[in-house]
Design a protein around this ligand. Structure first.
Ligand SMILES: O=C(O)CCC(=O)C(=O)O
Length: 292
């Protein structure tokens, strides 16, 4: 069966995102969930309490590009810095940013032939390169908002259009109630990166990263489109499209596995927060054979 239909190709060009239903089989989804459980208990049980929001001054975040580290939701931590939730894992916002490097299951899915096929059909990327991966939890009641942003803010490439693509795979059903992704359809067509998140050149400052440029513009709410998903559905995200997600106010979980692909044949900014290291070398998709 054709994984990428003509409708998907047209939606990706027009809207800057597209949903590919049934990208992963139920057993692949189960494998990723089991891998997530392993990662959370094996790697993160002794992790420090770092809230995903305070990245600018956070060395723990800054050094997570080639590791597997956990980050907590703001709403899961009280004023004294202690967890409000009974089980630590229920307060996690995400684990990242090198799951694809260290865990065989994440590796198998990320470097799979299905990913290669999607990239071939939807993009003109010449040297597909994986630079980061995360599980985003959005737990019931504590899963917080993700404000409107472009992925190119964080992973800037030059030239930008068509050289950064996000893969976001639903591991639970994602609905309007539990915080599915929402896209400002067509916003990628401005071909503009509004804001950058870069390394602070002032090395004497405690602030490790700064924002430059302007926030993304407020766009008509009529162009905001929900990307509801069943488990295993893939949302492909153009690096320039503006997107967001609401808090999870429901009692249903909304977990997703996401990773980013850049074109290794164009310039990747040395100002980006995430840089290749000897542990996360930004491997090329075609250099890794995972038999899947
Ligand atoms: O999973 C989410 O709610 C937001 C993910 C997202 O926007 C991103 O990773 O760029």
């Amino acid at each position: 069966m054709d994984l990428v239909s003509e409708k998907v190709v047209r939606q990706f060009i027009e809207d800057g995102f597209a949903v590919i239903p049934g990208f992963l089989s139920p057993s692949e989804v189960a494998d990723l969930k089991a891998a997530t459980n392993e990662v959370v208990s094996d790697y993160c049980k002794d992790s420090q309490i770092s809230i995903f929001r305070n990245q600018s001054r956070d060395t723990y975040f800054a050094e997570s590009g080639d590791k597997i580290r956990g980050f907590y939701e703001e709403g899961a931590i009280d004023k004294a810095g202690c967890l409000r939730v009974e089980k630590a894992e229920d307060g996690l916002n995400k684990v990242g940013h090198a799951l694809h490097t260290f865990h065989p299951t994440f590796r198998r899915i990320t470097f799979s032939s299905k990913v290669k096929e999607v990239l071939k059909r939807l993009t003109s990327i010449k040297e597909a390169t994986i630079n980061q991966s995360m599980v985003i939890f959005k737990h019931p009641k504590v899963g917080g908002v993700v404000i409107p942003h472009q992925d190119a803010t964080y992973l800037y490439t030059d030239p930008t259009p068509g050289t950064l693509v996000g893969f976001w795979i639903a591991l639970d059903e994602a609905t309007k109630l539990n915080g599915c992704l929402h896209f400002f359809a067509g916003s990628h067509k401005a071909k503009k990166v509004y804001q950058r998140f870069i390394r602070n050149q002032d090395k004497s400052s405690e602030t490790l990263f700064v924002h430059t440029g302007e926030p993304v513009p407020k766009l008509p709410s009529g162009t905001l489109v929900p990307a509801t998903c069943k488990p295993g559905d893939l949302v492909v995200i153009d690096g320039l499209v503006i997107h967001q997600s609401e808090p999870n106010t429901s009692d249903q979980p909304r977990m997703a596995y996401t990773f980013h692909v850049i074109d290794g044949s164009v310039s990747y900014s040395s100002e980006n927060w995430l840089q290749p290291t000897s542990a996360n070398t930004f491997e090329k998709l075609n250099d890794v054979d995972v038999q899947a």
